[in-house]
Every structure is written in structure tokens, then in C-alpha cells.
Design a protein around this ligand. Structure first.
Ligand code: GLU
Length: 280
């Protein structure tokens, strides 16, 4: 078994990340497998190298050791670009210049991640230079036919990537998006069990589709519960969840904290939710 923890260095880690890392680490350890670390640092100006140093120190403080050198997505841009070209050659991507606001105004459906892109640019003649590229979901599903995948917790799933609509696979000025990069990396790194929070359950449907289109191996998934605040919303750095770095610097015992999370002994007001929290 090979698992991975894949944080984005756009802010400090908090308890929710610690829980995600522990799940990935412990599942690998319990089967004599490998636990990998991937830094998802392709988020433009939001990615900051100084967070990476803290991530490594935070994980070590929690008592988690990774088995191979950490992988940085920023070093793999040409691999993502090649896959993007392949999908373009298959006629499955189209350029899009719509802004978030335009999409919010024109969307008629709401999906697991908010407004579903209504396909505005699909039939337009859009200048591809510097545009984002979206997956033509209907055309992609016509290529693959029905797909299934297995979640170790929620069991067999029929893939329904269409609930997310024509997702962006190549962002403006970047030859990748989260969906494309994460799917390619999990395959390149031989990840056999993809662990991630329930908030990314819908994304896994898209990743299953990309695996079929790009002829990649299909892992098993394990979507775990999310640490939530009393109002039911997941912990978030933007809402001031205390960072692991602060706790470490304050002299807290990281291994004891990790064991408390393992045993479900959570700080006051925080609970583990097994259904998706509703975001306002
Ligand atoms: N980088 C993502 C995050 O920090 C996690 C991606 C994944 O597990 O697939 O939320």
C-alpha cells in the first residue's frame, strides 16, 4: 500500500491537516506500506516556500515520518502540460475566458462545489492564448462510458463527474489544475490508496474519469471525516483555526496531540463529522 499527504503551501497547517496526515500515515503503516509527502505548490502567488519548511517540521513534531523525498508539483509542470496536450488532441478540452462572477451570474445549476459552469465557451470561438481549458464532460463520458470506483469507507461508487460540470483542467497561465495534477501525481507516485477529506469526494469522481482518459492505474480511495467547528463548518485557516506551527512553537507535545486525534479526543468545540459540512 502507498498513501500520501498532499498539503498546499498557501497557509499553515491546522488540526484538520494533522488528522488527514495521520489517516494517510497510519493506514500505510498498518499494512507495511509507504507514506509519501507531496507538496501541491502550483497555486501561483498563494504558494509560499516558507510554509513548506514548517510543514516538514510540523509533521515530524506529530511523530509522522515519510518514506521518500517529498515531491513538489512545481517540478512536474511539463508532465501536466503533456497530458493537457493529449486531451486537447482528443478534442476533449475547450478554452474558456469566463470570470468567476460571470459564471455565478450565468449558472443555472449548483453542484457540490457551488455554481456549475454552464458551458458558455463550449460553442464560442475563444482565443486560446492565456485562456483556461475546460474538460468537455459530455464528450469525455462518451469516450469512457460508465465508470466505477471504490471507496474503502463508502464502498463501490458509480462515477458521476458530471455533477461538477466542465471542470478546469488547465488554469489560466498554468498547464495544470488541482484535478489534473493530483490525478497524474497519484499515478506517477504509485499511490494505491488515495486518502482525502470528505469535502473532496466529488473531486474523486473527476479523477476517476481522468484516469480512464489518460490510461492511468486506478487506486482505491478512503475519504475520511472532517474536523468541524461547533457551527458544523470545517476548520479553516481563514477562520483562524490555530496552526500546528503555533502549537509546536508554544511547546505542546505533538505526539500526544497526534494520539489524541487518533483516539477521538478532540479539543472542546471540535468534532469529527462524517457528512459533508454545509458551507454558506
Ligand atoms: N492539496 C489539497 C488540500 O490541501 C489536498 C489534495 C488531495 O488530497 O487530493 O486540500
Amino acid at each position: 500500500m502507498r498513501t500520501r499527504f498532499a498539503p498546499s503551501p498557501n497557509g499553515p497547517l491546522h488540526l484538520g491537516h494533522a488528522y488527514a496526515a495521520i489517516v494517510a500515515h497510519d493506514l500505510a503503516r498498518s499494512s507495511g506500506g509507504a507514506f509519501l509527502l507531496r507538496i501541491e505548490d502550483i497555486d501561483g502567488e498563494r504558494s509560499r516556500p516558507e510554509f513548506v519548511e514548517e510543514f516538514l517540521a510540523d509533521l515530524t513534531w506529530l511523530g509522522l515520518a515519510w518514506d521518500e523525498a517529498p515531491v513538489f508539483q512545481s517540478s512536474r509542470l511539463s508532465t501536466y502540460a503533456d497530458a493537457g496536450e493529449w486531451l486537447k488532441a482528443m478534442g476533449l478540452l475547450y478554452p474558456c475566458r469566463c470570470s468567476r462572477t460571470e459564471i455565478a451570474v450565468s449558472a443555472t445549476q449548483s453542484g457540490p462545489d457551488g455554481p456549475v459552469y454552464p458551458g458558455t465557451c463550449k460553442h464560442r470561438n475563444v482565443n486560446p492564448a492565456g485562456a483556461a481549458w475546460r474538460l468537455d464532460m459530455q464528450a469525455a463520458l462518451a469516450v469512457t462510458g460508465p465508470l466505477e470506483w471504490v471507496d474503502a469507507v463508502a464502498s463501490r461508487q458509480r462515477a458521476t463527474p458530471e455533477t461538477l460540470g466542465d471542470v478546469v483542467l488547465l488554469r489560466k497561465n498554468l498547464p495544470a489544475s488541482y484535478h489534473l495534477a493530483a490525478t497524474l501525481d497519484d499515478a506517477a507516485d504509485g499511490v494505491t490508496l488515495v486518502t482525502r477529506g470528505l469535502d473532496l469526494f466529488a473531486a474523486s469522481h473527476v479523477h476517476r474519469l481522468l484516469q480512464a482518459l489518460l490510461h492511468l492505474p486506478v487506486p482505491t480511495w478512503h475519504h475520511h471525516g472532517l474536523l468541524v467547528e461547533p457551527d458544523g463548518r470545517k476548520l479553516a485557516k481563514r477562520r483562524g483555526a490555530p496552526s500546528l506551527t503555533d502549537r509546536r512553537r508554544a511547546g505542546e507535545d505533538g505526539k500526544a496531540l497526534a494520539n489524541a486525534l487518533r483516539d477521538g479526543r478532540l479539543p472542546t468545540g471540535i468534532s469529527l463529522a462524517h457528512t459533508l459540512p454545509s458551507e454558506p
